[in-house]
Write a protein that binds this ligand. Structure first.
Ligand code: PLP
Length: 465
């Protein structure tokens, strides 16, 4: 772009820029359903071209868009209705529009006086989450970059609240199905290796509260210092939900911090089925949520809520002389005091605008649809010869396997080779499982039907020799 100050385009240039970008977005959405869901091959020429970008002089926008478009076709098309691997995200247009507007106004939401109403918008999204989980007036929270950073801040708050400065002999309990970010959070929080103790689970892959109680007693007898339990409200592997109410009984009795990792499953709380599964969750000291999973929002949107917001604040707040002109926190929270970030993007708009425009009901309906689709898929799988579906799905993941790991992997490869759907596998108790996970907003019955047909064909082919 020409002009004396290229970062300040004229109105005409602005119109051209934004028209081109919105045209790109519309073409992207229009062609998305038919794009291959997975393309493993790298376009070496393209990668070389990307490596040669960023030089002294500017280049036409068109060239950059061409690289973006060619590049985004590689790897996983995470926004595709066929993406059912790992825990999908997806994104949707209203959220993209919100993000665009958030970066246009570019307001600072780390300390409330800098943008009181914008902070209020973000605080409203957090309050809505606190209400959803039955937290009282003392609850606070923050929007984070994702579930991992939320789990990190939760472990930091639990450490500060329950251990103080003495970190030796600390014990945190979780089942072996807990997300790996919990191990990482413990390490980043400065806790010694050996802090995480794996608690036995029942056959349905849920934490065994009796085993938890026994482990705590053993550790106390050995002079160790139990301080925290992490329960999963939907594991990444299979969507299993730990018995939160019973785990909360143990935590209450023992004075331990209960953190619930609801990064994958948390927002199913919006549905009747989720409400039942998560009974007792309001007793948790903190809950991790990931709006970039089950609220379908773009990546970079996580959340942490705490029943006693002051615990979160005490663990994270800090001050400085150069902030002396700013008033203290009052009714509107200063988010910089509740998490590890100070300056960050205005994530609140990306959560708030879609909730305002579409209403909460739209999200509830979509989540109910995903639960129904998963149940349907699970029933279809049960009719396919040679497949085992050991666990009834709790949420929107269903794990299944063929007679051998080799056969299971062969099914995975055949299904994914279609380019229409993409699923991933895991290992549980030494055996390989394929675990379709239905979370993309635009995944509906037609695409799940295609997945079922592909699995049926692959399984039949293997079964027949
Ligand atoms: C995805 C996930 C996380 C990590 O969240 P990120 O947003 O990927 O950092 C943590 N816990 C569970 C259960 C998850 O599914």
């Amino acid at each position: 772009m020409a002009g004396a100050y290229p970062l300040e385009p004229s109105d005409g240039e602005l119109a051209a820029l934004f028209d081109r970008v919105t045209r790109y977005a519309r073409e992207f959405y229009a062609t998305l359903p038919d794009r291959p869901v997975y393309r493993p091959e790298l376009d070496q020429g393209l990668h070389e071209r990307i490596r040669s970008t960023i030089v002294e002089a500017g280049a036409p926008l068109e060239e950059a868009l061409e690289l973006l478009d060619a590049g985004q076709a590689e790897g996983f098309t995470t926004a595709s209705p066929g993406f059912m691997a790992y825990i999908p995200g997806g994104g949707f247009p209203t959220a993209a529009a919100a993000d665009f507007l958030a970066t246009v106004v570019n307001r600072y939401v780390g300390l409330w006086p800098a943008a009181p109403a914008m902070t209020e918008i973000e605080a409203r999204t957090v309050r809505w989450m606190c209400d959803l989980f039955g937290y009282g007036a003392g609850a606070r929270g923050i929007l984070t970059s994702g579930g991992s950073t939320a789990n990190f801040s939760a472990v930091v708050a639990a450490r500060a609240g329950r251990l103080g400065d003495e970190l030796r002999d600390a014990v945190l309990y979780a089942s072996d199905q807990v997300h790996h970010s919990v191990d990482k959070a413990v390490r980043l929080a400065g806790l010694p290796s050996g802090t995480v103790r794996s608690v036995a689970r029942t056959d349905d892959l849920r934490m065994d509260p009796a085993a938890l109680g026994r482990a705590i007693a053993e550790d106390r007898a050995a002079g160790r210092r139990p301080f925290c339990v992490v329960a999963s409200a939907g594991t990444t592997n299979t969507g299993a939900v730990d018995p939160i109410d019973e785990v909360a009984d143990v935590c209450e009795r023992e004075g331990l911090w209960l953190h619930v990792d609801g990064a994958y499953g948390g927002f199913f709380r919006l549905t009747e089925r989720g409400r039942k599964l998560f009974a007792g969750i309001q007793r948790a000291d903190s809950i991790t949520l990931d709006p970039h999973k089950c609220m379908f929002l773009p990546y970079g949107t996580g959340a942490l809520i705490a029943r006693d917001g002051q615990e979160l604040r005490r663990a994270h707040s800090a001050t400085a002389d150069y902030l002396q002109d700013l008033p203290e926190e009052a009714e509107i929270p200063s988010f910089g005091e509740y998490g590890s970030e100070f300056t960050r993007d205005f994530r609140g708009l990306r959560v708030w605008l879609p909730l305002v425009v579409h209403g909460v009901g739209a999200f509830r309906d979509l989540l109910d649809e995903k639960l129904d689709l998963t149940r349907w898929l699970s029933e279809e799988l049960l009719t396919m010869p040679g497949l085992e579906v050991p666990w009834e799905p709790s949420l929107s993941v269903v794990a299944f396997r063929a007679a051998t790991d080799e056969a299971t992997r062969a099914i995975l490869d055949r299904v994914n080779a279609s380019g229409r759907v993409f699923v991933s596998s895991t290992t549980i108790d030494g055996r390989v499982y394929i675990r379709p996970c239905i979370v993309v907003a635009r995944t509906h019955r037609d695409r799940v039907g295609e997945l079922a047909d592909l699995i049926r064909a692959a399984a039949a082919e293997l079964d027949g020799g």
